[in-house]
Write a protein that binds this ligand. Structure first.
Ligand SMILES: [Zn+2]
Length: 397
């Protein structure tokens, strides 16, 4: 029996499954075929919820006597975009000039292919890691993310699964392999402000209440002053106004309503609750300002609606996990990776409620782009880093 020790071969199997979110596309079956010979018990729970597509997921565990390491990731991929623009077809896994082309090559079938190869090399060399290893793989990371990691974690935990640490294989390196480990993420929240005015003739503003004037005060208060200057582990909190809408085609009419939408990325000096309180406070104060509304006796009449659920900020404080991974990177590529909390949100924000989590995978430069591709040499290097990490984290190096 040949074990899946070659990450490039593993990745070919995965890329050839056209698992554009939410389709399974055969990708989880391909994974199952790789994992079973390694001694993993594989479950494929399907989750559903009204208004969202049913999603197939995979949880596989190889039990051992020792701590429990979870590798988390997703096999769904984003759409291919303009197929004609690809140099090599997006689901063919063709190799040219030492690079393998295909949707998901780096985000993140490549990371999964390397982790499986790392475990397989362990099994081949010494019968496998001392403790337990599991893979928690969703088919719903690039989609609405409702029937994926959140439910898979709840499902596994309800069956008694407990983890000591998790590594998420998302592409974390900006330029070269070994650049960056992610040890946390900023929080994220979005909201919409609607200002209610009174419609009227632009020549008779005293008879109307222009909501654009009120909205300008409110938006100004969101943008200034800055929320903070950053913390030891995080960049400064930042709010972006992402849209301002009035929808008024007439130049001589004062509109009745104006809205603005914003997104804030906040660091660990805040919680979702304190950010919300700060924004409410800023808006209430600004609503009474007269700068753009001289002579108006009542404050700006506005509604604020928070969109979706907030993503909470987190920082992983498990020194052994962070230092072991950092040391593994250094041992294989010769440089110490930056420990970062930059970028958008990831499924790590859900995993952090169960165990300490870090993120490390391939180079993200081509993710979500036409001609997504990965250097074959990087696949080998990442496999060796994961292998080394397994050695050191289980303490059998
Ligand atoms: Zn991803």
């Amino acid at each position: 029996m040949t074990l899946p020790t070659d990450p490039a071969a593993n990745l070919v199997s995965l890329i050839r499954c056209a698992s554009v979110t939410p389709a399974e596309g055969g990708a989880l079956s391909a994974l199952e075929a790789m994992l079973k010979p390694l001694g993993f018990l594989v479950d494929r729970p399907v989750f559903s919820e009204d208004g969202t597509p049913d999603i197939e997921n995979l949880y596989a565990r190889r039990s051992g006597n020792g701590p429990h390491l979870m590798f988390a990731g997703h096999t769904d991929v984003v759409p291919i975009g303009d197929e004609a623009a690809w140099t090599h077809p997006p689901f063919a896994a063709e190799i040219a000039n030492g690079e393998m082309y295909g949707r998901g090559a780096v985000d993140m079938k490549g990371g999964i292919a390397c982790f499986i190869a790392a475990v397989a090399r362990h099994v081949e060399a010494n019968g496998g890691p001392k403790g337990s290893v599991s893979l928690l793989i969703t088919g719903d990371e690039e989609g609405p993310a409702i029937n994926g990691t959140v439910k898979l974690l709840e499902w596994a935990a309800s069956k008694g699964e407990r983890w000591d640490a998790s590594i998420v294989g998302e592409p974390t390196n900006p330029d070269t392999l070994g650049d960056m480990i992610k040890i946390g993420r900023r929080g994220s929240m979005s909201g919409s402000i609607t200002v209610n005015g009174r419609q009227g003739h632009a020549a008779y503003p005293q008879l109307a209440d222009n909501p654009v004037r009120g909205l300008m005060s409110l938006v100004d208060a969101l943008l200034h002053p800055v929320f903070d200057k950053g913390t030891k582990d995080f960049q400064p909190t930042n709010l972006e106004v992402t849209s301002i809408d009035v929808g008024n085609p007439a130049t001589n009419v004062i509109p009745a309503k104006a809205t603005a939408t914003f997104n804030i990325r906040f660091n660990d000096s805040w919680t979702a609750e304190t950010v919300q309180a700060e924004i409410h406070n800023r808006l209430d104060q600004a609503a009474g300002r007269k700068k753009y509304r001289p002579g108006k006796k009542t404050p700006v009449d506005y509604d604020l609606v928070w969109r979706d659920r907030p993503s909470h900020v987190f920082l992983t404080r498990d020194d052994r996990l962070v230092e072991t991974l950092s040391g593994s990177v250094k041992a294989v590529v010769g440089k110490t990776p930056a420990l970062s909390t930059s970028g958008g949100t990831s499924d790590a924000r859900f995993i952090k409620d169960y165990c300490p989590v870090v993120e490390f995978g391939l180079v993200g430069k081509t993710m979500h782009m036409v001609d997504e591709r990965v250097a074959i040499a990087d696949l080998e290097t990442l496999t060796r880093i994961y292998q080394r990490f397994i050695d050191d984290w289980f303490g059998q190096g």
